[in-house]
Design a binder for this molecule. Structure first.
Ligand SMILES: *[C@@H]1O[C@H](CO)[C@@H](O)[C@H](O)[C@H]1NC(C)=O
Ligand SMILES: *[C@@H]1O[C@H](CO)[C@@H](O)[C@H](O)[C@H]1NC(C)=O
Ligand SMILES: *[C@@H]1O[C@H](CO)[C@@H](O)[C@H](O)[C@H]1NC(C)=O
Ligand SMILES: *[C@@H]1O[C@H](CO)[C@@H](O)[C@H](O)[C@H]1NC(C)=O
Ligand SMILES: *[C@@H]1O[C@H](CO)[C@@H](O)[C@H](O)[C@H]1NC(C)=O
Ligand SMILES: *[C@@H]1O[C@H](CO)[C@@H](O)[C@H](O)[C@H]1NC(C)=O
Ligand SMILES: *[C@@H]1O[C@H](CO)[C@@H](O)[C@H](O)[C@H]1NC(C)=O
Ligand SMILES: *[C@@H]1O[C@H](CO)[C@@H](O)[C@H](O)[C@H]1NC(C)=O
Ligand SMILES: *[C@@H]1O[C@H](CO)[C@@H](O)[C@H](O)[C@H]1NC(C)=O
Ligand SMILES: *[C@@H]1O[C@H](CO)[C@@H](O)[C@H](O)[C@H]1NC(C)=O
Ligand SMILES: *[C@@H]1O[C@H](CO)[C@@H](O)[C@H](O)[C@H]1NC(C)=O
Ligand SMILES: *[C@@H]1O[C@H](CO)[C@@H](O)[C@H](O)[C@H]1NC(C)=O
Length: 585
């Protein structure tokens, strides 16, 4: 979808004082006639390379331009005041002559209707080129919105000459260069949205002097340097988003003191360091001693260097308990140490997403987590948790992804996990779980991935597990102490792509039903005690790419059909008791 909307200020176009101040402007207004408007419209038409509905056909000499499609003229002066060509699938360049409409107050070109199906000639369905400097001519421009186009080049310095400009929205273009310092002259500026461009340099300190600013959105650019402390003086700020840049330094200790209206605060994907300043709790609508942030819905600070590996690092979570609209907490990929505080259970029951991946959190997962009944994603992997999985995790009936891998969790896998029938992915690998695999897991009828590898699980693999025909991505039970035979029910896993039962203590024959797992691409059975021959049914695994049967007691001939597996990239049959010839192919 390509959007374009440029709205200009209400009539009259050019206040006298400003016109006198700006020679160009004075020149333009005093000397223009309705002929100027007509020429500018025709110039605009020339820039349009695609007009599938033919809306610009009416722009010809047979009628006056005030009757042309999409044009509105002023009653008295008969000059163009509105140009509205929204949703017409136009493409082409924005004519620089657009600045010649002295009386224009509104231009609408947004939503050129390609949002459902982007045709192959997508390149031609967008307005490209630079922001014409003329656009910033003698107009009482109050809003400039050219988001979702393919504008390139720099933000013109002239932008700073529009004293009434309140709203700048240039999101989703390919603008480069830096934010012009002239922006500091925009005394009415309330919104600066420059997200998803190629802008760089530092965030200008002068922005902090624009005391009307409510929205600063600089997400996904290449801004570097520190966040100027002056920005934290902007008491009207509602939304502050600078994620996915290269910003460094620390958040200033006093940052929260003057931001009582902050609702959105997003800094993830930068190189920030240090602690989240406790003062942020004074942002009463929002976040780490954040007790007054009643309206906060998403708290995302992942992928930074926050935290100091200290026990109290995560105490700030307690101050989020008054944020009754909280949906997402994302603190992963940081340096938080310490334990997850029990107050986690007091977070809003609206919480859907709790993500604390790859930090250095230790201690037990608090039992209270079971209160967060709307949790859908619980991602705590790659930490140093100890203790057991709290049994009341089984209360989290809405859980879809449970990721607790690579920690020091122990105890048994609670059978209450079988109550979580919406589970799609379960990652418990790389812990110290012992005991049997609970057969109740077979109640999780939506499971597509189950990874229990690298634990100390023992006992037989419950046959019920293989009734989970939903399993499509992987079933990994490797590197445990599982015993007994591979149940013949394994043949139910017709959608499964990867089965890894390697490095256990499994015995018996390879069940011929394994041949029914027709989607298998990776099959790892090495490091067990399977014996007798490879069943002929294995021939049906036509999509197999990796097959490892090494380190078993298999015997008999190496089957000929291995030679016809077209996708086979890796085959390991070593350390067995095979005899006879290798298949010649
Ligand atoms: C727009 O104004 C500029 C400067 O006043 C002039 O050079 C140009 O020819 C005008 N464009 C049209 C299409 O009249
Ligand atoms: C010129 O505009 C008129 C009025 O909209 C239209 O009927 C006519 O077809 C147009 N002429 C051409 C050559 O497009
Ligand atoms: C432009 O102005 C001239 C003279 O002021 C007038 O005769 C003409 O009708 C106007 N054209 C339009 C399209 O309004
Ligand atoms: C702009 O034009 C479209 C269709 O051509 C119309 O639906 C819309 O109401 C117009 N908008 C304004 C503000 O005139
Ligand atoms: C965009 O245009 C389509 C059809 O032209 C319309 O259905 C839709 O409501 C428009 N969306 C906006 C945001 O204007
Ligand atoms: C874009 O339009 C130009 C000129 O109309 C044409 O030559 C080119 O092939 C088009 N590109 C695509 C991708 O359709
Ligand atoms: C954006 O501009 C850069 C150069 O400034 C260019 O390398 C890149 O291909 C452009 N991206 C798009 C999507 O046009
Ligand atoms: C800001 O405005 C003043 C006076 O209007 C001007 O002298 C100055 O150059 C402008 N600053 C920038 C950075 O444009
Ligand atoms: C913040 O504003 C106060 C006055 O309200 C001023 O004294 C201080 O210098 C400003 N801080 C920054 C970093 O701009
Ligand atoms: C919040 O602001 C008040 C007054 O400005 C201050 O006394 C208090 O210490 C601040 N709280 C925090 C946690 O910084
Ligand atoms: C929640 O808000 C109440 C009332 O403003 C306050 O007394 C309490 O300390 C806050 N709780 C937390 C945990 O911050
Ligand atoms: C959850 O699972 C446990 C153990 O399987 C069972 O005793 C309990 O009744 C289940 N609770 C609910 C709410 O289904």
């Amino acid at each position: 979808m390509k959007l374009m909307g440029i709205s200009f200020a209400e009539f009259p176009s050019c206040p006298l004082l400003l016109c006198i101040a700006l020679a160009l402007c004075f020149n333009q207004v005093s000397s223009t006639t309705n002929e100027t408007d007509k020429l500018a419209l025709l110039a605009f038409k020339v820039g349009i390379t695609r007009d599938p509905f033919g809306v610009l056909n009416s722009w010809n000499n047979s009628i006056g331009f005030c009757q042309w499609h999409g044009i509105t003229c002023g009653q008295r002066h008969r000059r163009v005041t509105v140009l509205n060509l929204s949703s017409q699938e136009l493409s082409g360049l924005i004519s620089p002559h657009i600045g010649n409409f002295s009386f224009l107050r509104e231009m609408r070109l947004q939503n050129n209707s390609l949002d459902h199906e982007i045709p192959p000639q997508v390149d031609n369905n967008s307005l490209v080129g630079k922001i014409p400097k003329n656009i910033l001519g003698c107009l009482d421009l109050f809003a400039l919105s050219i988001s979702y186009n393919e504008l390139t080049g720099k933000i013109p310095r002239e932008l700073g000459s529009l004293p009434k400009l309140q709203k700048v929205n240039l999101n989703f273009n390919n603008l480069s260069g830096s934010i012009p310092f002239s922006i500091g002259n925009l005394s009415s500026l309330a919104q600066l949205s420059l997200a998803w461009n190629n802008l760089g340099g530092s965030i200008p300190q002068v922005l902090g002097h624009r005391t009307n600013l409510q929205v600063i959105s600089l997400t996904k650019n290449r801004f570097s340097g520190k966040i100027p402390s002056s920005l934290f003086n902007l008491s009207l700020l509602i939304s502050f988003e600078v994620s996915l840049n290269q910003i460094q330094g620390t958040l200033p200790a006093s940052m929260g003191l003057k931001l009582p209206n902050l609702e959105k605060f997003s800094v993830h994907g930068n190189q920030l360091e240090g602690l989240i300043p406790p003062s942020i709790s004074n942002c009463t609508k929002l976040v780490p001693s954040l007790e007054n942030l009643y309206n906060l819905s998403k708290f995302r600070i992942s992928d930074n260097q926050l935290g100091s590996r200290k026990p109290e690092d995560l105490s700030f979570l307690c101050s989020l308990t008054n944020s009754t609209k909280l949906h997402a907490v994302d603190i992963g990929l940081n340096k938080f140490g310490g334990v997850l505080p029990k107050c986690l259970g007091n977070l809003s029951s609206t919480l859907n997403f709790f993500y604390a991946f790859r930090s250095q959190i230790y201690g037990e997962i608090p039992e209270e987590i079971g209160n967060l009944v709307n949790l859908e994603l619980l991602v705590l992997g790659f930490n140093q948790f100890s203790g057991v999985i709290p049994s009341n995790l089984g209360n989290l009936q809405n859980l879809v992804i449970l990721q607790l891998s690579h920690s020091n969790l122990r105890g048994t896998i609670p059978s209450s996990l079988g109550n979580l029938t919406k589970l799609i992915q379960v990652h418990l690998q790389g812990n110290n779980f012992h005991g049997q695999i609970p057969s109740h897991l077979s109640n999780c009828r939506s499971l597509i991935l189950l990874d229990l590898s690298y634990n100390n699980l023992s006992g037989a693999i419950p046959p019920q597990l293989f009734s989970l025909s939903s399993l499509a991505i992987s079933l990994s039970l490797s590197d445990n102490h599982l015993t007994g035979a591979l149940p013949i029910e394994v043949g139910n896993l017709r959608a499964l792509t990867m089965l890894d039962i390697s490095n256990n203590l499994l015995v018996g024959e390879i069940p011929s039903s394994l041949g029914d797992c027709s989607s298998l691409a990776i099959l790892g059975m090495q490091g067990n005690f399977f014996h007798k021959s490879i069943p002929q049914s294995i021939r049906s695994l036509k999509g197999i790419e990796e097959l490892d049967l090494s380190h078993n007691n298999l015997s008999g001939q190496i089957p000929e059909f291995l030679a016809v597996f077209r996708f086979l990239k890796r085959l390991n049959l070593s350390y067995n008791k095979f005899e006879g010839m290798l298949p010649c192919e």
